[in-house]
Design a protein around this ligand. Structure first.
Ligand SMILES: Nc1ncnc2c1ncn2[C@@H]1O[C@H](COP(=O)(O)OP(=O)(O)O)[C@@H](O)[C@H]1O
Ligand SMILES: [Mg+2]
Length: 276
């Protein structure tokens, strides 16, 4: 349903993306990962029409959208949960949802039934209805941001850094919700700094580095490759390996796949150390 073909994107004189191509088929969860500054958010901003590519194209269901206004792209079924959530902290939960909804539609009845639909996924949102959004916990704020992004009934939901600042257990719960959203028919493009987090629920993935796609493939294969990269470049791997969240996810992975899968590395004692 989504095709990004060889896009170049720049901020003024700074080129952020070079020849980036990726695709998502209807019903898929696709992960877009890579270290901080790699260009992941820039890809999402370009798809949602906030940035224009200098070269290349973005195609949604056969229609070229890279020259369209962001509102039009929302109408075509693309919803973008931005990095940092984009919540208005002094507004209530309800007001935040209304702002998200009325950007696209104006009918009040539609709002009510749509809110019922999304609060079934996130009952906690209901309980916090009149509370200022800024007083919610980080996890609740992310639920609110997800609920708001779902109100216009997107066919493609793009999520930028779901895990940002959240405890692993909360991230786990949110990832399960994302899987449910996907099972209900929404295609997901999941941007995560932490390779293993995103790849755990994705079918396919892309790893970015310095504005380019460095690796792509089936999620299982990418997980193996990135683990191998971590093993061979201990400390130097820009894949977020040292982060707590990633470490916790890895530990859970290990627990889930033990005892079967932990093989000893083929080669031992060939790692070079820099001693100067
Ligand atoms: N608003 C901006 N103005 C100038 N440069 C930017 C802006 N946003 C991002 N960049 C630069 O573009 C590159 C890609 O950034 P970004 O897409 O935010 O990466 P990621 O989301 O993978 O961390 C980085 O070098 C970053 O410094
Ligand atoms: Mg980003």
């Amino acid at each position: 349903m989504l095709e990004v073909n060889g896009i170049d994107v720049a901020y003024g004189h700074i080129q952020a993306l070079r020849r980036v191509s990726l695709r998502a088929q209807a019903g898929e969860i696709v992960a877009l990962t890579g270290p901080n500054g790699a260009g992941k958010s820039t890809v999402l901003r370009t798809i949602s029409g906030l940035l224009r590519p200098l070269a290349g194209e973005v195609i949604l269901d056969g229609t070229r959208i890279d020259r369209m206004a962001p509102e039009r792209i929302v109408e075509m079924g693309v919803s973008h949960l931005p990095e940092g959530r984009g919540i208005f902290p002094t507004l209530s939960v309800e007001e935040n949802l209304r702002m998200g909804y009325f950007i696209k539609r104006r009918d009040r009845l539609g709002f009510k039934s749509n809110v019922e639909r999304v609060t079934e996924l996130f009952p906690r949102i209901r309980e916090r209805w009149s509370q200022a959004a800024g007083t919610l916990s980080g996890g609740e704020q992310q639920m609110l941001a997800l609920a708001r992004a779902l109100l216009p009934e997107p066919r493609l939901l793009m999520i930028d850094e779901l895990s940002l600042g959240l405890a692993p257990i909360v991230v786990q719960q949110l990832l399960s919700r994302v899987q449910e959203i996907n099972e209900q028919g929404t295609t997901i493009l999941l941007v995560e700094q932490y390779v293993n987090l995103a790849l755990r629920i994705a079918r396919r993935g892309y790893v970015m580095e310095k504005g380019r796609i460095a690796m792509s493939g089936e999620a299982n294969q990418l997980l193996k490759d990135s683990e191998q990269m971590r093993a061979s470049y201990l400390g130097g791997g820009g894949l977020g390996a040292s982060d707590d969240v990633a470490a916790a996810a890895l530990a859970e992975d290990a627990a889930a796949t033990a005892p079967a899968k932990r093989r000893a590395p083929r080669k031992t004692a060939t790692r070079r150390t820099k001693t100067g």
